[in-house]
Design a protein around this ligand. Structure first.
Ligand SMILES: Cc1cc2nc3c(=O)[nH]c(=O)nc-3n(C[C@H](O)[C@H](O)[C@H](O)COP(=O)(O)OP(=O)(O)OC[C@H]3O[C@@H](n4cnc5c(N)ncnc54)[C@H](O)[C@@H]3O)c2cc1C
Length: 409
């Protein structure tokens, strides 16, 4: 065998799984198709401080952090009405995702993880006779010369992100295509009226059906401005948002885009089965993202740490049959399923609100001071508590009945 554990994908999830397994004594190799890890970037990089602490990442190097002091968020209705959710201290940070991913690679390399970059995995299978996993890959730089090589290991973890074609090669179901939304983001300078301590989130079916647009400040004049939309054309929709949408258009008249990023966000795509003989699936490949925000670094990272522990245990016990590997499914579900389910219900409901109904929802929050309730109970990652508290609130209950005629099915 070439290694005890092989991980496919050196995104944050793959590297967190690698670190977790290597810390538990496993010999780990990570294969990634990219030669420059984390590039091109496809993420806004907004990550909660509490989530980072759970991942054991309290001390990120300065160069990774673009904004260390996000204290809250301002939410906007389609017509521009808004409320603020805030704390006195910083709740989240903004990271440069390329440097974040590279830092996680270096951290794992320091404890002995072996990274093979520029290797694209094309197939994965379990050899029942030899009881090990065979991974077929080719070196990306060798154009027109796809010499397929095989890497074998006792256990493998699929962590190759959204639109994983590798999950389809296993007997687990992949995230359906219908669960992907398209995201587009610009890094923009010379934006006016930025508050460096607050992210801004904008709702409207005109430019972000099924999701929202965001302005995430990096400093007083530079921000990541993007949106995710259930319909295609996110590039055109972002152009409408920045140039024509009345509540913000004047803030971008002098702005210049520096970089652009695109990518897929998974909503309500959580896989039920994430293990089989010799194999575990984690992160975006398993749909382990927050349905409220599409964020997957913390939730995927938490599942990845469990995957690394279970893989190390399987290696120690010499057990890689599907019954043993199922320990992973049980453990991540115990830790995260309630959160995922509550967020999925919330997203399902919000996605059925017309702009008129969204306005009513904002009015309810503003006139009943529900932002105070969110301030007290809200947590960027563990959202089940606040979402359940909101759904039980009498005014929200009344609102749901009032907006029922405006729901779109
Ligand atoms: C526009 C946008 C904004 C976002 N903003 C946020 C945010 O602010 N906060 C947040 O938490 N999340 C955010 N997300 C989601 C976040 O980017 C993902 O949840 C996160 O990157 C998932 O990590 P991962 O390691 O599972 O996958 P990835 O980060 O996608 O990493 C997968 C890795 O696998 C490699 N790979 C893929 N296929 C193969 C193959 N066949 N062989 C070898 N290697 C392969 C890739 O090169 C890559 O390095 C955003 C997503 C988008 C699209």
């Amino acid at each position: 065998m070439d290694s005890e554990l092989t991980i496919i994908g050196a995104g944050p999830v793959g590297s967190l799984a690698a670190y977790s397994a290597a810390s538990n004594g496993s010999d780990v190799t990570v294969l990634d198709q990219r030669k420059r890890i984390g590039h091109p970037d496809h993420c806004a990089g907004l990550i909660s401080k509490s989530g980072l602490a759970l991942l054991g990442l309290n001390d990120l190097p300065k160069k990774v952090i673009q904004n260390n002091d996000i204290q809250g968020a301002r939410f906007f209705s389609p017509s521009g009405k808004s409320f603020v959710v805030k704390r006195k201290s910083a709740q989240a940070i903004v990271v440069n995702r390329e440097l974040f991913d590279q830092f996680l690679v270096e951290r794992s390399e320091k404890i002995g993880v072996n990274y093979l970059k520029g290797r694209k995995v094309s197939n994965i299978s379990f050899d029942k006779k030899r009881k090990h996993v065979n991974i077929n890959y080719f070196e990306v730089q060798k154009k027109n010369k796809k010499e397929i090589k095989t890497h074998s290991s006792f256990v493998s973890i699929i962590a190759n992100g959204a639109r994983s074609s590798l999950v389809e090669k296993t007997n687990c179901k992949a995230v359906p295509q219908t669960r992907y939304l398209s995201g587009y983001q610009l890094l923009v300078e010379n934006v006016s009226d930025l508050n460096v301590n607050f992210v801004e989130l904008f709702t409207s079916n005109k430019f972000a059906p099924g999701f929202f647009a965001w302005v995430i400040p990096i400093n007083e004049t530079t921000a990541k401005v993007g949106l995710v939309s259930s319909k295609k054309l996110s590039v055109e929709k972002l152009s409408y948002f920045m140039n024509k949408y009345p509540p913000v258009k004047d803030r971008f008249t002098k702005s210049t885009p520096l970089e652009k990023y695109g990518g897929k966000v998974i909503i309500r795509g959580l896989l039920k089965k994430t293990s089989t003989d010799g194999l575990l699936i984690t992160g975006d490949a398993a749909g382990q993202t927050k349905d409220t925000t599409g964020g997957g670094v913390i939730t995927g990272g938490l599942a990845a740490i469990i995957a690394g522990q279970v893989a190390a245990e399987a290696i120690k016990e010499s057990k890689n049959n599907k019954q043993f590997m199922k320990t992973y499914d049980k453990q991540w579900k115990k830790a995260l399923l309630k959160q995922f389910r509550t967020m999925a219900v919330f997203r399902w409901l919000v996605n059925r609100l017309t702009d008129k109904a969204l306005e009513k929802a904002f009015e309810t929050v503003i006139t009943n001071d529900l932002d105070q309730l969110i301030n007290q109970k809200g947590d960027i990652d563990s959202q089940a508590e606040i979402l359940l508290a909101l759904l039980k609130h009498p005014e929200v209950f009344k609102l749901i009945f009032r907006v029922l005629p405006n729901l779109q099915f």
